[in-house]
Ligand binder design. Structure first.
Ligand SMILES: *Cc1c(COP(=O)(O)O)cnc(C)c1O
Length: 391
């Protein structure tokens, strides 16, 4: 299959599949830790790299490879490496591509564990990090130093839905001899293609929309053959943060409906955001699909849809926010996102609960803030469930 001849929806369903001798229609799950050889000479040839072949599932596995090839096709990258989790993908990029003395510039609004990984763990190995305001290109520029090797952005960010201007950050990174990595978790390639905008690396928590139904934990890195196909893969096969074949198969099935789901999530989220913006109990709505969003124009050009996460502030602080959560009957009270089921969380006391009140204030995480990952239920039912507390 020549991927460049096919549309996104087709690649999502068919890219990467290699039918076996049984002529199966759906992709099989290869639950095997190792692979056999027809002779001692063949084993030697595969081990030496002279002949292509599977050796051991820490390195390669056909189910994992199908997922990798499909996601690479969807992101438009030369290579993809699947990992055990989204955090394992970020760790693998850093340990494969950075060295002692290198420096990362990262937006302050990234996933909490990413901040902890950089600040608490990578710093011990002599890799420095500075955090900046995602929305200000000049802040990124000011934080760059001669040893900066990586700019790390997550756009839109969680939970305030702030955007990074990918093209501007690409220019900045490349002018300073650094790479730009984009965590594309919230948009997925169905809504945003960072590599096409010039980014060097795309990172995924497959746990979210790629699965889309809240079943498995996994991650992936997509990029070129050198950095990802050789370096990140080389780290993974040695260190072992490998995706299991079963999880790869679940994600593969998730990808088949990705485009449809992201469009439906976006449409439901847009309707909910408009509803919330007109509700008298709501102070402010954070959603890139609204004209009131500070970066609405950028969202309309950089993304092909607004995505499925809506955050909003209710009047009355924590007490009012908790009342909205506790008045729901259908919504799931959980901080996971990217599921067919709508979830609701209070960031100040859950995902951002370990920050000090001052840090939270600086990050814009107020006590009245709620984050909803809008699912695929009927949107009127979602509105009705939230209205109980809001009214
Ligand atoms: C969940 C998440 C991660 C981490 O992924 P895991 O699969 O939980 O390890 C990274 N980035 C973003 C934006 C996330 O939402």
């Amino acid at each position: 299959m020549h991927n460049e001849d096919f549309g996104f929806e087709t690649l999502a369903v068919r890219a990467g599949q290699v039918r076996g001798i049984e002529h199966e229609h759906s992709e099989p799950i290869y639950t095997t830790s190792s692979f056999t050889f027809s002779s001692a000479a063949e084993a030697a040839a595969v081990f030496s790299g002279e002949k292509q072949g599977n050796i051991y599932s820490r390195f390669t596995n056909p189910s994992v490879r199908t997922f990798q090839d499909r996601l690479a096709a969807l992101e438009g990258g030369e290579a993809c490496v699947a990992t055990a989790s989204g955090m394992a993908a970020i760790l693998s990029v850093c340990l494969a591509l950075l060295s002692q003395g290198d420096h990362i510039v990262c937006s302050r609004g990234v996933f909490g564990s990413t901040i902890t990984l950089f600040e608490r763990y990578l710093s011990r190995f002599g890799i420095g990090v500075d955090f900046v305001d995602q929305t200000s290109v000049s802040a990124w520029e000011a934080a760059i130093s001669p040893n900066t090797r990586l700019l790390f952005a997550e756009t839109p960010s969680n939970p305030l839905m702030e955007l990074a201007d990918i093209r501007a950050l690409v220019d900045l990174a490349h002018a300073h001899g650094a790479w730009l990595a984009v965590d594309n978790c919230f948009c997925t390639p169905a809504l945003q293609k960072p590599l096409a905008l010039g980014a060097d690396l795309v990172i995924h928590s497959a746990t979210k929309y790629l699965d889309g139904q809240g079943r498995c934990v996994g991650g992936a890195v997509v990029g070129d053959a050198e950095k990802v196909g050789k370096e990140v893969f080389g780290f993974l096969r040695t260190a072992g943060p490998t995706m299991s074949p079963f999880n790869a198969w679940v994600f593969l099935k998730g990808l088949e409906t990705l485009d449809l789901r992201m469009r439906a999530h976006s449409a439901n989220a847009q309707a909910l955001a408009e509803f919330l913006e007109s509700h008298p109990a709501v102070e402010r709505v954070y959603f890139p699909g609204l004209a009131s969003h500070a970066q609405h124009a950028l969202a309309m050009t950089q993304q092909s849809g607004p995505g499925g996460v809506v955050s909003f502030e209710v009047k009355g602080g924590r007490e009012a926010a908790w009342r909205v959560i506790d008045s729901t009957r259908m919504l799931s009270i959980t901080s996971n996102l990217g599921d067919t089921k709508t979830t609701i969380t209070h960031p100040a006391t859950t995902t951002h609960g370990r920050l000090s009140p001052e840090q939270r204030e600086a990050a814009g995480i107020r006590e009245g803030l709620l984050r909803v990952s809008v699912g695929l239920e009927n949107v009127n039912d979602i509105m009705r469930d939230l209205s109980r507390g809001l009214d």
